[in-house]
Design a protein around this ligand. Structure first.
Ligand SMILES: Cc1cc2nc3c(=O)[nH]c(=O)nc-3n(C[C@H](O)[C@H](O)[C@H](O)COP(=O)(O)OP(=O)(O)OC[C@H]3O[C@@H](n4cnc5c(N)ncnc54)[C@H](O)[C@@H]3O)c2cc1C
Length: 463
């Protein structure tokens, strides 16, 4: 049963990316009488940042296609939208937010009954000499960033990527597809370092085998200085003195939460300075919630607080927080860091924790890696996938899986997500009734094959 609070309550939402709009839309459906005001410092609300690499690549020709909902659509549903309004202070005792109207500099004090902080995250800029001195160094987070990078491509032959995680590999595809030579400076042994080394090595091998002629990889190095003239950098110096020349640079070295405003208001923060929340997305102070990339998460496997900022999660969190504001009955299960990306036809995905993380956390792990066709080998579309499964040998529960390859690795990883959420043991998993026909799978799915091997290893105590 939904027990609504005071009918005319006013909810103020700071942030209009993914989590803010989701909170607003769901809350309005839950309680049509509630007053909702959503503020953003941007010119747009509710857009898919996840689509930006594909806009840059040219798969999506118009940036407008990434807009999910316009301010007018929100207004039609009774949600007031304030564009170009930056929250500069939360006065939690008086339940007020001070906004700066970016078009005029005017300050506004806005009262709230409930406040939702959905301020997201921003690119992390490493401490590189002269990083702020040139106008051809970009990051990718907002729609305008996508437009700037797409324009930069038109005048360039070479580009340098600083960092190569999920956004990096998607940009790598976009740049290669657009005929650029790409330098990658990566301060890890291999690109895609969130995977275990044995998997990220295979990802790197695929990328280099396919496009190595146009990619210069600078692994185990980091940028220390930009050089150039007339506000344009054309050279990056790395820590070992390598001099890397290119027409422009994109820094994709991770992100940091936009949590300063919450911290200054005295709200508790946690992992990576993200805003502490409980499983209802309530912060440490009454009447204030936080959702999306700005807030901490609970890891389903480790049962520890973590910071795994993803769009999939941000949307679910917004929905759950809205239910809690309306009726206080959504308990969020937590996250697994389930993520997927691709390099052209090659999928890279994972869920749960890696072998490296599991060992750091003290698990006695047992792993197996299988490489198989993703469907009956006689089908013309059959392609290879590699699955690495990580299991806790004591509980026999699956801790994580990593999937790569030109075949359908993603559906196997998604299946494991459900198993981990339900603490399914390897032995129970073996009985999983998966659909089979030659165009879709093999009679014993590669995932079950991997689980079978793990079960045997567990039973025979083979490491
Ligand atoms: C290139 C790219 C690709 C991605 N691909 C994927 C993917 O494939 N899968 C996936 O799950 N995730 C992906 N993500 C991540 C996903 O986009 C984010 O997790 C998601 O946008 C987080 O939503 P959010 O609402 O918490 O934050 P955001 O979308 O960052 O929205 C926060 C908003 O708050 C505004 N704001 C911040 N501070 C203030 C303030 N003080 N006052 C007013 N407004 C403020 C910001 O300007 C922003 O508009 C990708 C991200 C990028 C950049």
């Amino acid at each position: 049963m939904h027990i609504y609070k005071r009918m005319t309550e006013k909810v103020v939402i700071i942030g209009g990316g993914a989590a803010g709009p989701k909170t607003a839309a769901k809350l309005k459906r839950e309680n049509p009488n509630i007053i909702i005001e959503m503020y953003t410092d941007e010119q747009n609300v509710s857009y898919s940042a996840c689509g930006l690499p594909y806009y840059i690549e040219n798969i999506i020709p118009n940036i407008e296609e990434l807009l999910v909902r316009s301010p007018e659509e929100f207004e039609r549903h009774g949600i007031k939208v304030f564009l170009r309004h930056k929250a500069i202070k939360i006065d939690k005792r008086n339940q007020m937010v001070v906004f700066e109207k970016l078009t005029t500099g005017e300050k506004l004090e806005v009262y709230y009954d409930i406040l939702v902080i959905a301020t997201g995250a921003r690119p992390y800029i490493p401490d590189i000499e002269n990083v702020n001195d040139f106008n051809n160094i970009y990051t990718l987070r907002k729609l305008e960033d996508g437009v700037l990078i797409k324009n930069a491509i038109k005048k360039a032959d070479t580009v340098t990527l600083v960092g190569c995680g999920y956004i990096g590999i998607e940009l790598l595809e976009a740049f290669i597809k657009n005929g650029l030579k790409v330098n990658v400076i990566n301060n890890h042994k291999y690109i895609m370092a969130m995977f275990d080394d044995d998997i990220s090595r295979q990802i790197q091998e695929y990328v280099m085998k396919k496009d190595g002629n146009n990619i210069n990889l600078y692994n185990n190095q980091y940028a220390v200085r930009f050089e150039g003239e007339n506000e344009k950098t054309n050279k990056i110096i790395t820590n070992i003195g390598e001099e890397i020349e290119s027409d422009f640079t994109v820094i994709c070295a991770g992100i940091v939460p936009n949590s300063e405003i919450a911290k200054e208001a005295g709200l508790k923060t946690g992992v990576s300075n993200s805003i502490w929340v409980n499983s209802h997305f309530a912060t440490s102070y009454p009447k204030i919630y936080a959702v999306g990339d700005c807030c901490e998460k609970m890891h389903i496997v480790t049962k520890k607080h973590c910071w795994l900022p993803l769009g999939s999660t941000a949307n679910k969190e917004g929905r759950c927080a809205a239910i809690n504001i309306a009726s206080n009955n959504c308990d969020f299960a937590g996250v697994l860091g389930a993520a997927v990306s691709r390099y052209f036809d090659y999928t890279v995905c994972m869920t749960g924790i890696t072998e490296r993380e599991a060992k750091e956390l003290g698990y006695d792990v047992i792993t197996t890696t299988v490489t198989k066709e993703d469907r009956a080998g006689y089908m013309p579309e059959a392609a290879t996938i590699t699955l690495k499964i990580i299991v806790d040998s004591k509980s026999r529960e699956i801790l994580g899986v990593q999937g790569i390859g030109t075949g359908d690795a993603e559906k196997r990883v998604a299946t494991v997500s459900i198993a981990i959420m339900n603490a399914v043991k390897v032995d129970e998993f073996m009985g999983l009734d998966l659909p089979y026909a030659p165009p879709f799978s093999t009679a014993i799915d590669p995932l079950l094959n991997a689980i079978n091997i793990i079960q045997e290893k567990l039973d025979k105590n083979i490491k």
